[in-house]
Design a protein around this ligand. Structure first.
Ligand SMILES: Cc1cc2nc3c(=O)[nH]c(=O)nc-3n(C[C@H](O)[C@H](O)[C@H](O)COP(=O)(O)O)c2cc1C
Length: 356
């Protein structure tokens, strides 16, 4: 039976279908709906304050008795940029601020909480599953989490990263292909040019090099994609974009419409919004920033500096200046409820296998 394996046993889920954590989009309602339908819902908590994380966990627990995951970013050691760098970045970004009619050259405002404060909530709440992206979490933190009997999932974009993650003690690895929506989950020392590996190439290579279960992510939208990932050796799939157009997702209407109208040529990889490579639907901001790459601050500083642009563009419903993260197969998105999506996916996998 395709739906039962070591991974589903570890995660205590009925089907090897994981709704990927998505900062800003994975609402407690979405997470719980996926977990209630037999998959695994994941809360993208990296941009949330400790209080918001705790409240979301309480809400998820009020909506489902099934396991769910909470996701954070591996903290990065990028020092605060110099005044000159910030001034230069602001000078470039001011042209967008003028178009949005907002204040020019704002101060750089970091998030008012730390990774450790976020992690403490996860430990105190003893969530069933903790996942992370952006490289290799220290073995010390992994041990701290596992001591609480929390299952740990790390993200790899290369075989080298997958092996390092296994060494630190994670239970499961997400193999993130270059098709994937959202940020590249690469480690700080991984070169982007060499690490844009498509899922078809990445999944079997990672599967061959680690002894723990692997879940495939990137461009998987329906039963065909799930069956293909399982054939390549993955034990499960992690799908993001497919859940963005579900009724329970937290994205706004204009973004939803862009996803539904997209084609396989719609996305770009860009550093312009956050300072880290991320895949999203192309727009004027991404295009115009192509000639100002030297002004981009390292992650997360660029993210802090563009926050006013993102929030004004969102308020003004201006899709040309807002981020719209998406994988390369968004044209296969469906506008249904998360539980209907899971039912359809299961039905499709069964059909693909029967007809193979
Ligand atoms: C809007 C959006 C936000 C995301 N945020 C996160 C995140 O906070 N943490 C994370 O590990 N992955 C994040 N991802 C990646 C997804 O969890 C998932 O691995 C990816 O979307 C799979 O590729 P697909 O979109 O082609 O299905 C995000 C993806 C999207 C589309």
């Amino acid at each position: 039976m395709w739906s039962k394996n070591k991974l589903t046993e570890i995660l205590k889920i009925a089907y090897p279908i994981i709704q990927g954590p998505m900062s800003g989009a994975s609402t407690p309602a979405l997470v719980a709906a996926v977990s209630n339908a037999g998959g695994l819902g994941s809360l993208g908590a990296a941009q949330m304050s400790p209080d918001q994380i705790r409240n979301s966990i309480v809400e998820i627990r009020s909506l489902t008795k099934n396991p769910f995951a909470v996701n954070l970013f591996v903290p990065e050691n990028n020092n605060k940029p110099s005044k000159e760098m910030i001034n230069h970045a602001n000078k470039i970004l001011n042209s967008f601020r003028k178009k949005l009619d907002i204040e020019l050259s704002p101060d750089l405002k970091p998030l008012p909480f730390t990774f450790n404060e976020q992690l403490n909530v996860i430990l105190e709440e003893k969530v069933p599953i903790f996942s992370f992206t952006f490289g290799i979490m220290s073995a010390e933190i992994i041990k701290q989490v596992k001591d609480k009997k929390i299952i740990v999932i790390g993200t790899a974009t290369t075989t080298r990263e997958a092996k390092l993650l296994e060494q630190t003690g994670v239970d499961i690895i997400v193999a993130q292909g270059s098709e994937a929506g959202g940020h590249r989950g690469s480690a700080a020392d991984t070169q982007i040019e060499g690490a844009l590996i498509g899922g078809m190439a990445l999944i079997p290579q990672i599967v061959d090099h680690v002894n723990i279960p692997v879940m495939a992510s990137g461009g998987i939208m329906d039963g065909r994609g799930i069956a293909a990932a399982l054939v390549l050796g993955a034990s499960a799939v992690q799908m993001g974009t497919a859940f963005l157009t579900c009724r329970e997702s937290g994205i706004h209407q204009q973004y939803r419409e862009k996803l539904l109208a997209s084609t396989d040529e719609s996305t770009r990889l860009t550093r312009s919004f956050t300072g880290r490579y991320v895949r999203g639907i192309n727009n004027q901001f991404i295009e115009e920033m192509k000639t100002h790459q030297e002004s981009i601050l390292p992650h997360p500083w660029q993210r802090f500096l563009t926050r006013d642009i993102v929030s004004a563009a969102t308020q003004q419903k201006n899709t040309e200046f807002m981020p719209m993260w998406s994988g390369q197969a968004a044209s296969l998105c469906r506008e249904i409820s998360a539980s209907d999506l899971i039912s359809k996916l299961i039905e499709e996998v069964n059909k693909v296998i029967k007809n193979f």
